[in-house]
Ligand binder design. Structure first.
Ligand code: ZN
Ligand code: ZN
Length: 729
């Protein structure tokens, strides 16, 4: 019988498992990677064989389908045959944290890989970040320039060895190595490089480490004030890599689910409730923590006195994470620990927040890319995302593959990275098949559109524009496998269908069409982008007709009044949250994107809605300005801490309840049973819980994200699904 295994079955130790089971059962036949799947022939005991394989499945392998066919040929033994140059459609495994067995070897002084930072095996190590093409074999990875030594070859060829056919193994004799460099680019060699680097970090130096998917800046926590000043990130939250779970627990209150996710072989940054280290994430309730995932991290911590390091992607502002040894010196850190292996695929750390078992991905990248998930259409679609937090996507064979986290498309380097990453996915998974359509955002100024047009031109396929919040809604439909829903799409800004900027929307959405059911009242963004950067302008816009004096001098007011006539209009909840944070004195200057609204979360988690506010809804438009003015009349300055938290909750709950009520009424009217929540604002847990409560009271089902990022990182998935459905019709 011939058996075809589909799924994540290559590069994960699948063939050795097959070999072990088959030889143990005394079966005859072969196992073969066919590019897309694994083909096995056995002469008898087929069901028992499959059962045993399933029992011994390597940790990161995943079978999605098994096909059995009759086979006439006979064999005299069982062997592993060489890869066929067949179809190019296999699933590539993601980067997987160093496994326990490899880690044990690295700290065994008698082992030949003692303290070797590139130690890996069939079930662990860098994968996606170093693969250049498929089928996945050493010559199509960045390990190609490190030929196996005799000992490693022996392990590679021995079916009983746990490194049997592991494509990227190496050892101190044949593998890559780390060199220490000083700030003048001087190479101080490999001897004791990691130990010396650790010593410098303990002394308070700022270092850069080359990892699997790119470069990380790091320092001990005591150096954070200097680090912030040097890196010009005064307020932005950083992640902390901790030595172990015990240290993790000293930083945050960690639930069982978070504990498991932190220890999972994907090792993402997990946002947990913060206990200490206010400076790591100023003004926020959460702290991003992760555990060592590469061999280097483990070796580094073995030499460090510190139990934790601030660790963040090293990049020039706005540009993608650095990957090249030459370019990284431009950052002017104190010390560098760099290896001599290339990084063909840059990949940032993933960032996840858990809510009642749902995964909210703030960034879906290392460990999760290029995992595919099923979509209900055949069309082959490339989608490019929106403007910020970009991820691209490719669908083919009823599966969708997302690129790693790309960044903000305002910057040239990022746009280039988007194009490269999409082309890489197309090379890996499309083979010679024709693309059908390309999808992009409607915003005429998003640079991601240039990538969409370029690919569409080359492939001679049409480009479709997809409205931003419809794409958000569709990304949720794909995520939760439903065809239609009423959806609250709450975010920063997205280009509407009416030339205005949306972001506080109630939509009735399917993949074929959407209807804007209701939204927040429009607010002028005085000076356009400048109003986003300076939330005081938003507050001014809200109160300008009441005669209330706020923030600005008379001459400044004159200028603002001139600008207001040409100001773009926005219905974004994100902007109203910025305005509220500014108005209540929680955050009056913005140093990073989303800062005022993010800092509001802590207040929303503590207060109670004690200020009575009545909301006027006219033609399904929520009168936000009037609610602001009602609140203002009730507040007595100076505000106590209690006044501030209660005012924040009162306002937000009034607005969010009003939007949810519009959604509920419409759902009942059209007979839809679900209300969904998507968009960047849905990372905010108190707001998510306000919507959840209201939806539960109405006895409707509440949908939130689980696999697709809530924010603009999920836009490409929504665009893809909408264009895919349109094309398939
Ligand atoms: Zn391993
Ligand atoms: Zn070797």
């Amino acid at each position: 019988m011939k058996i075809i295994f589909k799924g994540v079955v290559q590069g994960v130790g699948f063939r050795p498992t097959i070999y072990r089971v088959a030889t143990r059962l005394g079966l005859k036949g072969y196992v073969l990677n066919t590019g897309s799947e694994v083909e096995v022939v056995v002469d008898r005991d087929v069901d028992r064989f499959i059962d045993e394989v399933k029992k011994e499945l390597p940790r990161i392998a995943h079978i999605t389908e098994i096909i059995k066919e009759p086979e006439q040929r006979t064999f005299s033994d069982f062997r592993i045959l060489h890869s066929k140059k067949g179809e190019k459609k296999s699933q590539i495994p993601p980067d997987i944290a160093t496994c326990d067995e490899c880690r044990a070897e690295m700290f065994d002084p008698t082992n030949r890989r003692y303290l070797f930072p590139f130690t890996n095996c069939t079930v662990c190590g860098a994968r996606y970040s170093l693969i250049t093409d498929i089928p996945y074999d050493r010559e199509r990875t960045s390990m190609e320039k490190f030929p196996l030594c005799a000992d490693c070859t022996h392990e590679y060829k021995d079916p009983g060895n746990r490194r049997y056919h592991a494509q990227t193994i190496s050892c101190p004799r044949c593998g890559p190595s780390y060199h220490l460099y000083d700030c003048n680019k001087k190479d101080l060699g490999t001897t004791g490089a990691i130990q010396r680097f650790a010593h410098f970090l303990d002394q308070g130096k700022i270092g850069i480490i080359k990892s699997w998917g790119g470069m990380h800046l790091c320092c001990v926590l005591d150096e954070l004030p200097r680090f912030r000043e040097w890196y010009k990130r005064p307020q932005k939250a950083f992640a902390v890599m901790v030595r172990d779970m015990k240290t993790a627990e000293s930083f945050g209150d960690i639930t069982d689910d978070e504990h498991n996710l932190l220890l999972s072989d994907k090792r993402p940054i997990v946002l947990v409730k913060k206990k200490t280290a206010e400076l790591v994430s100023p003004g926020l309730d959460t702290i991003g923590i992760y555990l060592p995932y590469t061999g280097l991290h483990h070796v580094l911590f073995s030499f460090l006195s510190a139990d934790a390091l601030v660790m963040t992607s090293a990049n020039i502002p706005g540009e993608p994470m650095l990957i090249s040894n030459d370019e990284v010196f431009s950052l002017q850190a104190d010390w560098y620990l760099l290896h001599n292996r290339d990084v063909p695929n840059r990949i940032d750390d993933s960032v996840v927040r858990l809510w009642h078992g749902n995964r909210f991905f703030l960034r879906k990248s290392r460990g999760f890319v290029p995992d595919a998930f099923p979509v209900p259409y055949h069309a082959r679609v490339v989608s490019v995302g929106a403007g910020e937090n970009i991820c691209g996507a490719l669908s083919t064979d009823k599966k969708i593959f997302c690129t790693q986290y790309i960044g903000n498309s305002k910057y040239y380097g990022t746009v280039e990275f988007l194009e490269e990453s999409l082309r890489h996915l197309m090379r890996l998974f499309l083979k010679d098949e024709r693309l059908n359509v390309v999808a992009m955002d409607r915003h005429p100024l998003y640079e991601s559109r240039s990538v969409a047009k370029k690919i569409a031109d080359e492939c001679r396929v049409p480009v479709v524009e997809v409205q931003h919040h419809w794409a958000h809604a569709a990304s949720l439909l794909v995520d939760r496998n439903v065809d239609e829903s009423v959806v609250l799409a709450l975010d920063g800004l997205g280009y509407g269908g009416d030339g205005r900027f949306w972001g506080g929307e109630v939509l009735e959405a399917s993949f074929d069409e959407f209807k804007r059911v209701g939204h927040l009242e429009y607010l002028p963004l005085i000076g356009g982008d400048q109003a986003t950067r300076d939330p005081r302008r938003l507050v001014y816009a809200l109160f300008r007709q009441t005669g209330k004096e706020l923030f600005f001098t008379e001459s400044e007011v004159e200028i603002l009044e001139k600008l207001v006539r040409h100001a773009p209009l926005s219905s974004s909840l994100g902007r109203y949250l910025d305005a509220l944070a500014c108005y209540l004195g929680i955050c009056t200057t913005r140093t990073y994107s989303g800062e005022p609204a993010m800092k509001l979360e802590k207040y929303l988690a503590r207060g109670s809605p004690r200020y009575p506010l009545s909301v006027t809804i006219k033609d399904n438009v929520v009168g936000v300005g009037d609610v602001f003015r009602q609140l203002d009349e009730q507040l007595r300055r100076p505000l106590s801490e209690n006044d501030t938290v209660d005012a924040a909750v009162s306002f937000v709950k009034a607005i969010v309840d009003a939007l949810t009520d519009i959604a509920v009424r419409h759902a009942r009217h059209v007979g839809i049973q679900t209300i969904g929540l998507t968009g960047g604002v849905s990372y905010n847990i108190p707001i998510t819980e306000m919507v959840q409560q209201r939806v539960a009271d109405a006895r409707l089902e509440f949908l939130v994200h689980r696999n697709v990022p809530n924010g603009d990182g999920g836009i490409a998935v929504g665009q893809n699904a909408i264009a895919g459905h349109q094309h398939s019709k």
